[in-house]
Design a protein around this ligand. Sequence first.
Ligand code: NAP
Length: 283
Amino acid sequence: MAARTIDGKAVAASVRARVAEGVRAFESERGRAPALATVLVGDDPASQVYVGNKHRACEEVGIHSVHHELAAETSENELLELVGELGLDREVDGILVQLPVPKQIDPDRVVAALDPAKDVDGLTPVNAGLLAHGMPGLVPCTPAGVMELLRHEGVELEGAEAVVVGRSKLVGVPVARLLLGANATVTMCHSRTRDLDATCRRADVLVAAAGVPELLGADAIKPGAVVIDVGTNRTDDGLKGDVDFAAAAEVASAITPVPGGVGPMTIAMLLSNTLQAARSRAA
Ligand code: NAP
């Protein structure tokens, strides 16, 4: 194996330590800790685990967290009402509505109703617009984590060829915007891209976020490329990324593993966004 494995757990730990320090400073200046409100509708076991992990992570860095659990049959209006109340609550700095929500609720309407200043997932149209315009705002956690990994690895982005596979609002589009903001030359691929491997092979930096296990193999990697695999796919053989790690590692210069690459960064950046939201609201 030629490639260096990028250790997402270690980078996430350094982000958490930085946030913990910021939280202590915030608390001594403001007399209270930053606070995150989470909202879970229904009893999906995976969502319960995700929300539980977020609360534990908050606790570890000193962020106060409050959980709101609503029944699976909660109406859209009831959820919108809670989101509105949390928006007005002066003690709440960040609001996270765990997705997916039950089918009677339109997730886009709920996200759009969040106070953009407390939108720690960075998903509201306001924050997406700020990102599109290259203006400061709250950036979605996983894309922010991708950029933090690249920064930590010292990857030169200015003028680099970057290829992003996937164009979701959650990952692909914001990653591409951030790479463009860092002056990379960005190409976006999706399910209708004609020759995916050939396009990916142009990349000095390849970010895979398609949700297809091991979609990209050695033929998709330019020798020496840096590969960031966002894919998290449950298969009969365990958790797999969108990249065939073993094959790609023979060609790339650095690559994230799955698990242990991008995954740990997402919660770390949520903590960082909550501190950022608290600071901006207090300013
Ligand atoms: P998504 O909303 O399903 O979007 C997938 C994107 O990939 C779409 O734009 C789709 O193209 C494209 N795509 C699908 N199949 C493709 C193919 N064969 N060739 C090229 N492009 C293809 O997924 P997402 O929410 O962005 O998530 C992507 C992956 O990242 C998933 O595995 C997810 O579990 C993982 N993820 C991980 C984290 C983390 O913390 N590590 C966080 C979020 C997501 P079209 O637009 O044309 O349909």
